[in-house]
Design a binder for this molecule. Structure first.
Ligand code: ZN
Length: 432
């Protein structure tokens, strides 16, 4: 992508996040549904509903949760907490309640962050039936003794779990799975940034030539990937590479967490992109914690799915608080995450293996119009050192990514050099 296109994409992703920010998402319900509805305006998205009560492996799809209002009034009748001001004020999946209780009892239902007294924490209780509110610690400390009126107008009813799937076919059935969670309410880096990068990726890939087929899942965390995996046993075998996208928009360096396999092709491709990008990066080993890679990399599934993010969950002070807002994610950071994912997908698309057909000493490059560098006769500008690396390592044992890894040169340079050598008749392409 050109720089200006990337800048446009960054702004586009940020404004999509801004549109989705006010929706009260959860693992089921109207917020998740309207989020997917909005995404379907930008990409071809099939929205699926899976009925509450459906058994998915060891789990059961819960009842659908919908909330209309939630507030607390102090002894003088002033509203001191109101869900309409911020989605994070309510503990996600709270049971309905209407009662008058003394402050001491109310306090057992209130969650705050004494260390970050101005922020609202994010809390949920999906599988344990309870209710509660979240508020800044400063506000909690100001509450006076007395009787408080509490209202949560919410329903838990048989309905469904909603997820979205965007399928972009390539010329082969080999699939790349891209998965984003959509279950967090007003949190920008932790869910909206991944969603926005996912949508931008789908739009980019849709207008490129593709060998691989891309399947994007926009799903509630954990229960969504468990559901999808349980319902698609035959698709699983076609998935050759995958990425979970999350925390994709903050200013921290890009972080890649490897798949459980550890040296899967996606692990190598993402690792190579980061090592040659010229910017700070982090590569982490797999651990069975984090986002939906936990499910994709469970032992019975064991897909080559890594996790692409910037600052990992739990490592930044804004994590799971009201400070994970639209200011916390930056258009240029979203664009940077997008470009790194696209660079890795370029490797997935274009990796191949060649054999040098003149391996007895170096061929005289001048005889093939390849000496003096530049490759000005083509769109592709090859590098002389890249030509030498490709010639030297194309012995039948190394694919282009292996050559890029060993030379430390970006894959695209190695790919260009190989294309020039191929055209000059110095390489033979190995059947893949
Ligand atoms: Zn989260």
């Amino acid at each position: 992508m050109y720089l200006t296109d990337l800048e446009d994409a960054g702004r586009g992703m940020h404004s999509l996040a801004a549109e989705l920010y006010p929706l009260c998402r959860s693992i089921t319900g109207a917020g998740a549904r309207s989020t997917l509805q909005r995404l379907s305006e930008d990409i071809p998205l099939e929205i699926h509903e899976v009925r509450s009560g459906t058994q998915v492996f060891d789990w059961i799809i819960p009842q659908e949760w919908n909330i209309r209002e939630a507030w607390i009034k102090d002894p003088k009748g002033h509203t001191v907490v109101n869900f309409t001001n911020h989605n994070l004020h309510i503990v996600g999946y709270s049971m309905p309640v209407r009662c008058i209780i003394p402050l001491a009892e109310l306090k057992t239902r209130l969650f705050s962050l004494p260390e970050q007294p101005d922020l609202i924490p994010y809390r949920t209780s999906y599988y344990n039936k309870t209710w509660g509110f979240c508020l800044p610690h400063r506000d909690l400390e100001r509450l006076e003794e007395g009787e408080y009126e509490v209202c949560i107008d919410a329903t838990h009813s048989d309905g469904s779990l909603t997820y979205g799937e965007c399928y972009i076919p390539g010329t082969t059935d080999d699939e790349v799975l891209i998965s984003c969670h959509i279950c967090h309410p007003s949190l920008a880096n932790d869910n909206l940034a991944g969603i926005a990068v996912g949508v931008a990726l789908a739009r980019q890939l849709a207008c490129r030539a593709r060998r691989l087929t891309y399947r994007f899942l926009f799903i509630p965390g954990a229960i969504g990937s468990i559901t999808w995996l349980a319902l698609h046993p035959t698709v699983i075998a076609r998935i050759k590479h995958g990425l979970v996208l999350t925390c994709a928009g903050d200013a921290g360096p890009v972080t890649y967490k490897k798949s459980r396999i550890g040296n899967a092709f996606i692990d190598r491709a993402m690792g190579h992109v980061l090592k040659t990008c010229g910017a700070e990066y982090r590569i982490e080993e797999f651990e069975p914690y984090g986002y939906d890679e936990r499910q994709y990399c469970s032992p019975g599934i064991n897909l080559p799915v890594g996790c692409l993010m910037r600052s990992p969950h739990g490592t930044f002070p804004e994590y799971h608080t009201s400070a994970d807002n639209l200011e916390f994610i930056k258009p240029h950071c979203l664009a940077d995450t997008l470009s790194k994912a696209l660079a890795a997908f370029d490797i997935l698309e274009h990796n191949t293996k060649y054999v040098n057909i003149k391996p007895m000493c170096e061929p005289k490059l001048g005889n093939y119009g390849l000496y003096g560098g530049g490759g000005g006769q083509r769109n592709c500008h090859f590098d002389e050192l890249a030509l030498l690396w490709v010639l030297n390592l194309s012995d039948g044992g190394n694919d282009l990514l292996a050559i890029a890894e060993r030379s430390g040169m970006p894959f695209c340079k190695i790919q260009c050099a190989a294309a020039a050598l191929d055209q000059a008749g110095l390489l033979r392409r190995e059947p893949s």
